[in-house]
Design a protein around this ligand. Sequence first.
Ligand code: SAH
Ligand code: SF4
Ligand code: F3S
Length: 451
Amino acid sequence: MEIINIKPKFNLQNGSFHIVVWGCQMNVYDADRIRDLMRASGYVELNEPNNADVIILITCAVRAKAEDKVFNQIKNWRHLKIIRDDTIIAFGGCVGSELAHEIVKFDPSIGVVFGPRTTHRLPSLISQYRSTGQSVVDVSADALEKFDTLPEQGLRGPSAFVTIMEGCSNKCTYCIVPHTRGQEDSRPVQDILDEVLNHIGHGVKEIHLLGQNVNSYRGLGEDGQIVRFSTLLYEVAAIPGVERIRFTTSNPMEFTDDIIKAIEDLPTIASAIHIPVQSGSDKVLADMQRNYTSDDYREIIRKLRLARPDILISTDIIVGFPTETEADFEETMRLVNDVKFDLSFSFIYSVRPGTEAALLQDPVDQNTKKQRLYILQKRLEELANEYSKGLIGSTQEVLVEGFSKKDKSELKARASNNRIVVFEGDECLIGNIVKVKINSVLGHTLKGEMI
Ligand code: SAH
Ligand code: SF4
Ligand code: F3S
């Protein structure tokens, strides 16, 4: 009998993929789960895009610049011939669901478009494209379906993200996220606890809970009752082996007293909270439909600091919102000086098609916006530096994440207040929480010695 060895054009068992991630931590979580899924489906991960059979893009649509980056990257890869005729691009993430069918027109290699809710279908979408040669676009699904069908997670290092809810049902007028990730849905409590337990079993020490608004979490408990975020915090903290808990992002709108009480009660909750304020002007906050005032925000911070005096607060601020006047911007600066934020993010307002704010007249010219951003970032930088200097001489409990990128003889760790700490130490400390005395600062990084 003659054996004809035909090499199939696509060999699922031996296919390789490379994944690139932009955007927020929710994308990082999705990307990690896609890695597990692709491996379970017989793919091998490559660290570089060259020679990958499938290039997976997990994209962000929050600002126009984030979106442009992805398309420029594809153009560049094509120019460098990293994308070959038989390379398949699987275009996912928030731009995937935002632009859906439009994307396949951009480059002939885009074989699959998927969204944050359809990550679990990726291997079968790729197979479908391979067998038909027709681009496949699949961006909508029940929010929680993916969590039920993704394979168990692999090793993650000492800190792991756990998404507790998908989507957002708020109506901030500038924001594309509800359009890209859909309406808010919370995962059932037990699913979250099982995922935490699985991580702890793999040696994880720090659990980082994720959602667009974690404090509006309303998940089903075992008894069928709705469980609030504060209760979830107590339940996660009660799992033996959970040494540190972080959560991102909290919206000031629902930062209720029960959450502040949990932060006071649970020392495992890290001493760093990210609460995006967006603006210090009540008029702009109303135009953004944020549903709180700058004084509401100040009050939350006052209570948090009363509960945990060492807590560092970080935030997100948008400058140049269409209705922002010079006086409004000064209100933002006043709030920044009152609250004294640590390491924070600030952006120039970016028009997002389909959002309510995109319909507003925008009289503020780009140079004025850039000037405001410069003033704001300069002040935020000063405040972060002041905090850094204030930490010299203190002792920090740090979770050792690995080797320092700059100097492989040093270890890189993260303090409870979220600052990166580098110090000399043995490899065996990786994955453990140790005490380090801070001796100096290097940019925003703290340098110290183990005690
Ligand atoms: N859910 C979080 C924010 C998620 S988006 C919250 O409500 O706080 C992350 C950040 O991107 C936002 O906090 C905001 O500062 C920024 N952002 C969102 N849309 C933007 C836009 N159209 N232009 C500029 N920045 C934007
Ligand atoms: Fe966007 Fe507002 Fe939802 Fe945050 S709360 S994701 S800013 S709509
Ligand atoms: Fe970007 Fe989507 Fe996150 S738009 S910020 S990746 S939710």
